[in-house]
Write a protein that binds this ligand. Structure first.
Ligand SMILES: Cc1cc2nc3c(=O)[nH]c(=O)nc-3n(C[C@H](O)[C@H](O)[C@H](O)COP(=O)(O)O)c2cc1C
Ligand code: SF4
Length: 440
């Protein structure tokens, strides 16, 4: 967690284990924001969240209040709310800790969002591997029914809200909102064409609001403290805080909530720095699907605009740190292999391209690379980027393109020396991998 002097919103109560249960949460003022929200009109509530400037924490940074306002009313169909708790982006683990420490703050945010769009049925889509967090939520939802937070008359207001926990089967693509909806309907988890966007035609072809867990967990504090309070934290265009999930080569991996715009240098210091005084080599600002940056970018502010100006994306705020001893080719190969494994197979550039990419990277990593492999990887990236059906494929291109951009010399060294300069692996050390199908 971050230093006590920094403003905290989502993690404000993490030092108090009592807030895990509903009694402790309510004793600490929990569900009072929902009570206040229920006394407002839905339109005023949407305006409040709009004015706060809150942007989605699930990766794309779309303005939350604007998204809420897109959900049409009076369509004659039911309106649904879905909380995206799939959290499978490598390096990202903020949603899980939110649920493990204070599940009711998230549920309260979801209930407020549901009221704002006048939905009476909300789903939490829980990542298949999250067995324990899923159990926590099941119990928390049950307790919220018992206390009258959910059910026929939320907080005695007359507004009815049912909440259902749905467990996925464990697939990264099911975090993509349209694949999530297919999965929730019982179909194979594959993305759907947009438009129509889920806000208009989502679950069962009805208006559906989808938000990330961290996004929703910010909402109770905005209702309590007002939009101006929230907007004053962080930067003008990226207000509020972000939980940065820091992993890899740092002394204290973990979640650190800091204002948007905090430079990487400060986040690294909070996480204890790179162990043994080793030099920082590369880092991802927002999980494995965001282009790597380097030690040169250590003073880049972590907000949507500054990270984009530096050539990457804030994504989920998942900072994976690599030091001077890490082989970039190996890192890129591992990441692309993940996307090859998780590609849903619907479209050719992604299904085939991620597989070939991981094979070519594996060949270079093991000392069997050829000079023509680098233009081949450039070409592969160009043929995938923005040519596939969903953003999973674009994410797979990030480690390839960004590592070639910043560390091309390291690739060239692997090929020239016919071995990995870091591990020494190469012909004579291990057998040539079976890459016979990789094109020359
Ligand atoms: C391949 C892929 C995986 C995604 N996984 C997640 C996820 O696990 N959790 C999440 O909230 N958003 C994920 N997203 C983004 C969602 O599609 C969607 O934008 C987000 O849930 C919207 O919530 P927000 O506006 O609160 O950020 C993913 C997107 C893609 C393309
Ligand atoms: S880009 Fe990949 S994950 Fe997305 S639809 Fe195509 S095959 Fe599936």
């Amino acid at each position: 967690m971050s230093d006590a002097s920094t403003p905290r919103i989502v993690t404000a109560n993490w030092g108090n284990p009592d807030v895990f249960g509903i009694d402790g949460y309510m004793a600490a003022g929990g569900y009072e924001a929902l009570r206040a929200a229920l006394a407002m009109t839905p339109a005023d509530l949407i305006d409040l969240v709009k004015a706060s400037g809150l942007r989605g924490r699930g990766g794309a940074g779309f303005p939350t209040g604007v998204k809420w306002s897109f959900v049409p009313q009076d369509t004659g169909k039911p309106t649904f709310v879905v909380a995206n708790f799939d959290e499978s982006e490598p390096g990202t683990f903020s949603n899980r800790e939110i649920v493990e420490r204070e599940p009711h703050r998230f549920l309260e945010g979801m209930a407020i969002a549901s009221y704002a769009v006048q939905s009476h049925l909300a789903f939490v889509y829980c990542r298949g591997e999250f067995l324990w967090p899923g159990e926590i939520l099941e119990a928390a939802i049950r307790d919220a029914y018992t206390k009258g937070v959910f059910g026929e008359s939320s907080m005695g207001s007359g507004y009815a809200l049912e909440v259902v926990l749905h467990r996925g089967a464990g697939a990264y693509i099911c975090g993509e909102e349209t694949a999530l909806l297919s999965s929730l309907e019982g179909y194979r988890g594959q993305p759907r064409l947009r438009p129509p966007f889920p806000a208009v035609e989502g679950l069962y072809a009805s208006p559906t609001l989808i938000n990330n867990v961290e996004t929703l967990t910010n909402v109770p504090s905005i209702v309590t403290n007002g939009s101006a309070w929230f907007a004053a934290i962080g930067t003008e265009k990226s207000p509020g805080t972000k939980i940065f999930s820091v992993s890899g080569k740092v002394e204290r991996p973990g979640n650190y909530e800091l204002p948007m715009g905090t430079p990487l240098r400060t986040v690294l210091e909070a996480a204890g720095g790179v162990p043994g005084g080793a030099a920082l080599k590369a880092w991802t600002p927002g999980g494995s699907s965001t282009p790597m940056l380097t030690a040169e970018h250590v003073d880049v502010g972590l907000d949507f605009e500054s990270v984009a100006a530096a050539g990457s994306l804030l994504g989920t705020g998942a900072i994976i740190v690599m030091d001077e001893s890490d082989c970039i080719v190996e890192a890129a190969r591992r990441l692309v292999q993940f996307y090859a494994h998780e590609s849903c197979g619907k479209c050719t550039p992604c299904r085939e391209g991620t597989w070939w990419g991981s094979r070519v990277l594996g060949r270079i990593e093991q000392g069997y690379g050829r000079e023509e492999d680098l233009p081949l990887l450039d070409d592969l990236g160009r043929n995938i980027l923005f040519k596939a059906f969903c953003a999973l494929a674009d994410g797979a291109v990030s480690p390839i393109e960004s590592s070639l951009k910043h560390f091309r010399a390291e690739y060239e060294a692997h090929i020239a020396e016919r071995r990995c300069p870091f591990t020494g692996k190469g012909p004579g050390v291990q057998a040539e991998p079976d890459l016979s199908e990789v094109p020359a």
